[in-house]
Design a protein around this ligand. Sequence first.
Ligand code: ADE
Length: 235
Amino acid sequence: MSFAATVLTLFPEMFPGPLGTSLAGSALARGDWSLRAYDIRNHGLGRHRAVDDTPAGGGAGMVLRADVLAAAIDAVSPAGDARPRLLMSPRGRPLAQSRVRELAAGPGAVIVCGRFEGVDERVIAGRGLEEVSIGDYVLSGGEIAAMIVLDACVRLLPGVMGKTASGEEESFENDLLEYPHYTKPRDWEGGGIPEVLLSGDHARIARWRRAEAERLTRERRPDLMRKRENSENGA
Ligand code: ADE
């Protein structure tokens, strides 16, 4: 069974967008995953198909109505749908490779893209939405965030990336940033390639790469380094 993605959005024309090209696009064409972009406005109310209204208690912006969004979710993901339901939101738990791995191993995802100031709080619990953030900054809507989640999942699907090894060694799979890479030419603008990489000594190369990955992680992501040290201590 392949990974089935359904995205609920007010801008279905944004999809597949970049997901229709490159690795994700070829996988989509092969049927390794499926993508349905569903227009929340199909469930809009009245002549203007209204989907949002002013926030209770006053304040700026508009809020997606609970009834409209719930009707849209129910139309594409009836009770019994085993797929997790995500709500893209800067308020959510930050996306990490561990969650991406879980999602990619499952049946797919139903992803709600927020717009306006937010969505009516009641629909989050009422439809079991898991709020997911892609980082501590605010986008104008959840669509690009949803694409990021899907791109990260799709590349992990069986057969999508040529060499699975390249997926296992890369950044975050072991809470380390990736070591530096080099290729031709051997001398370029006065810079050479570290001698160890030309030595043919695979054990030495592996040690060097490991040390470089740890150095970069310590320098750039002390938070990741602490996380590694804590899990090594069994904490
Ligand atoms: N929508 C707006 N900003 C977002 C973010 N940082 N992550 C996920 N969804 C968002």
